[in-house]
Design a protein around this ligand. Structure first.
Ligand code: PEP
Length: 262
């Protein structure tokens, strides 16, 4: 949860001014606001070459599920991306691996693109079960992944790094991303080498270059730092630098976070 109309107005205006065409030719940028702000985001960014995404979607396609927003509704409103399985959804709202897979299927069924979030807690990392946890989370969605790797992204977000100021080291991020890609390959997922795997968790202008230059880190899912236009634009530029070395850039702004995001 983050945002209010007046502050958004400033932030969106700054993003529109600072994310120029040449940068947007090099990196794909999406802004994922809370639902009430979507018309404001669409008005500011609709013709600016910046996409928008949702922070959640209903498991159901239709029906008596008051308060839920379906993938079909998002498609009508020209959303392109949908965050699914964020650790806060998994932890605070009991979103299971099965629910995540079902949502991914719904979103792909509407030609929207899921950002599938995966991550281990600190306890899981310390208990050395990171790969077991991530493998389980990934295996749940593999059966419903799109055939075209351009139609979805994975986002590795270690829970201990989200909104905490702690960041996975570039080597830690690369090791997990390589693990995820190898698992996609082993499962025979089409275009596994092209699937974009984002890193999220306290990405800042100061650490983005080191993270994005890792072989299997294809961009970022940005929380707190996306609330300051200069910082977010600097992160996009870091993604552009990485993209000039290899062609899988992606940056997603998640204008949302926990209280530590401010
Ligand atoms: C997030 O909320 O998913 C996130 C990555 O936040 P931050 O960048 O602030 O850690």
């Amino acid at each position: 949860m983050n945002g209010e109309l007046a502050a958004n107005e400033r932030l969106l205006g700054e993003l529109r001014a600072q994310l120029d065409g040449s940068l947007l030719n090099q990196v794909e940028v999406a802004v994922c606001p809370p639902f009430p702000f979507i018309s404001q985001v669409a008005a500011w960014l609709g013709d600016a070459g910046i996409h928008w995404g949702a922070q959640n979607v209903a498991r159901q396609d239709n029906g008596a599920v008051t308060g839920e927003v379906s993938a079909r509704m998002l498609a009508e409103l020209r959303f392109r991306w949908v965050l699914i399985g964020h650790s806060e959804r998994r932890q605070l709202f009991g979103e299971s691996d099965d629910a995540v897979a079902e949502k991914v299927g719904r979103v792909l069924g509407q030609s929207l693109r899921p950002v599938i979030c995966l991550g281990e807690t600190l306890q899981e990392r310390e208990a050395e079960v990171t790969e077991a946890v991530l493998g389980r989370q990934l295996d749940a969605v593999i059966p419903v992944l799109a055939r075209d790797p351009a139609d979805y992204v994975l986002a590795y977000e270690p829970v201990w790094a989200i909104g905490t100021g702690l960041t996975a080291s570039p080597a830690q991020a690369q090791a997990v991303h390589a693990f995820l890609r190898n698992r996609l390959r082993a499962a025979g997922v089409a275009g596994a080498d092209q699937v974009r795997i984002l890193y999220g968790g306290s990405v800042k202008a100061g650490n983005a270059v080191d993270l994005f230059e890792q072989d299997d880190v294809d961009g970022g899912l940005i929380g707190g730092a996306s609330l300051v236009a200069e910082d977010f634009v600097a992160i996009c530029k870091a993604a552009a630098v990485a993209a000039s070395a290899r062609m899988r850039p992606e940056t997603v702004q998640k204008a949302e976070g926990d209280s530590s995001d401010g």
